[in-house]
Design a protein around this ligand. Structure first.
Ligand code: ATP
Length: 438
């Protein structure tokens, strides 16, 4: 059943709350716009999403290393990067209803999109969050929460070259929080004020920039396509000439077809030698690289891929959300998530909660499997409700311990998507599951 796209975001927001995936932060105080917490299920899913990225981009590659940098850095970093002067949004306010909007996100800049009222002149706001380092008045150092995670990679470039055996071309990957005082946080996880990014900065010889740019552009799209059920909802958008920063020859976004239109998920950026040159200038340190085989010294050029983890996670939920009419006329809601992303790979239930022999056997299977897989156990009474809950959080398989299990040591395993059931020997659940996942 196709879910009306206007309702879909609302349906996902309420599913996320109902099933412990995502909560509005500080909800008991009325919440703050643009801040969300991941609940017991959501935090496992998000961890899986990040683990997949690390596995595919670091673990399986000999040309990539991983770092985990701080959120607060030396304040000069943000002067060098241009964020102190340029990280601004232009905001307008409706003179009638007093709602505020980001000017560049309005289709029609002449009137309020909500009530049609006239708008004020645009005013520029820097969206870096400010803080201070130190506690003594007069000695505090003004600082910022990082507006993008990738800057730390440039700061650590020299240390990494000096401390590891990396040779160009190589990449530094990082997952980390970024903070932006967005004027109009909106669309659930799409535009928030605190979010996580995954960044790859791939360092290349200037002559090889174009080749590596094309390589990462294709690589990142193919990677996302693996995990979305509907890859047609992903596309590239090439930046127009007037959108390009002066040092970029080209730029592409990977976009997702969200219910409100095509929306950016990740940017593939041509950064040339801009970042390392800026940090060389502002820090006074030489950030050039020496090719040991030719003795050539140069500032490496960079291909960047920078994606929003919460954004892509939200898009995965939109992609996976389905409603189906069952034979009995009910609606079955399910998250058709890739099993690698699901919080639990398998849920184990005893058929009846008041039969200790069934409960104990189910409990034992759960304990045995949990050292290897993230699994769930549910001995509440109603089997229909148990399936419903697991369908809604995307658990790909449910195993039921029933009376037959006591006789022939098998369980019934139900598939989330087809609802087909098969019998698997208890001693073979581990290898069966491992086969499904690989
Ligand atoms: P936008 O134009 O949507 O504001 P951007 O072009 O400023 O995004 P980048 O600076 O390139 O974004 O950041 C890289 C990625 O970080 C984006 O592709 C997006 O997925 C994510 N991102 C950026 N801003 C936010 C935000 N406010 N909330 C959630 N994710 C964000």
């Amino acid at each position: 059943m196709v879910v009306n796209s206007d309702d879909k975001v609302q349906k996902i927001v309420s599913l996320c709350k109902r099933r412990g995936i995502i909560f509005q932060n500080s909800e008991i105080y009325g919440g703050v716009q643009g801040f969300y917490d991941y609940g017991p299920i959501g935090s496992l899913m998000k961890k899986n999403w990040k683990d997949l990225w690390i596995k595919d981009n670091v673990q399986l590659r000999s040309d990539m290393v991983l770092i985990d940098g701080t959120i607060i850095t030396h304040p000069k970093v943000w002067e060098a990067s241009g964020h102190v002067t340029n990280f601004t949004d232009t905001m307008v306010e409706c003179k009638k209803c007093h709602k505020r909007f980001r000017l560049d996100l309005l289709d029609d800049n002449s009137q309020c999109p909500e009530c049609g009222g006239p708008l004020t002149e645009g005013r520029k706001y820097n969206i870096l969050f400010e803080t201070e380092i130190g506690v003594i008045e007069g000695e505090k150092l003004p600082a910022y929460l990082r507006g993008e995670a990738c800057q730390t990679i440039y700061l650590d470039f020299k240390n990494i070259v000096d401390s590891t055996r990396v040779k160009i071309p190589f990449g530094i990957a990082q997952i980390g929080k970024a903070f932006r005082n967005e004027v109009t946080p909106k669309n659930f996880l799409y535009r928030t004020r605190e979010f996580e990014q995954w960044d790859i900065q791939y360092f290349v010889h200037p002559k090889e920039m174009d080749k590596w740019y094309e390589y990462w552009k294709e690589n990142r799209m193919t990677w996302y396509q693996k995990y979305f059920n509907q890859p047609d909802n992903l596309r590239f958008r090439q930046h127009e000439k007037d959108e390009l920063v002066f040092y970029a020859q080209k730029a592409f976004d990977i976009e997702y077809q969200a219910p409100w239109g095509w929306a950016e998920m990740e940017g593939i950026h041509w950064r040339s030698d801009y970042d390392l040159t800026q940090h060389s200038k502002f820090s006074g340190q030489d950030l050039s690289y020496i090719d040991q085989s030719t003795n050539e010294r140069y500032i490496p050029w960079i291909v960047e891929s920078s994606g929003g983890i919460d954004r892509s996670f939200f898009f995965l939920l939109l992609d996976a959300y389905q409603e189906e009419k069952t034979k009995s006329g009910d609606t079955r809601t399910l998250l058709k998530l890739n099993p690698h992303l699901a919080a639990y790979k398998l849920a184990i239930f005893p058929l009846a909660a008041n039969k200790p022999e069934l409960v104990n056997l189910a409990q034992k299977i759960y304990t045995d499997l949990s050292s290897k897989y993230s699994v769930d156990f549910d001995d509440s009474n109603n089997i229909g409700k148990k399936y419903r809950r697991q369908d809604e959080i995307g658990t790909p398989w449910c195993a039921v311990v029933d009376y037959q299990s006591l006789e022939d040591n098998t369980v019934s395993i139900r598939d989330r998507d087809t609802m087909a059931q098969i019998r698997v020997k208890i001693t073979e659940i581990d290898s069966w599951l491992s086969k499904q996942l690989n």
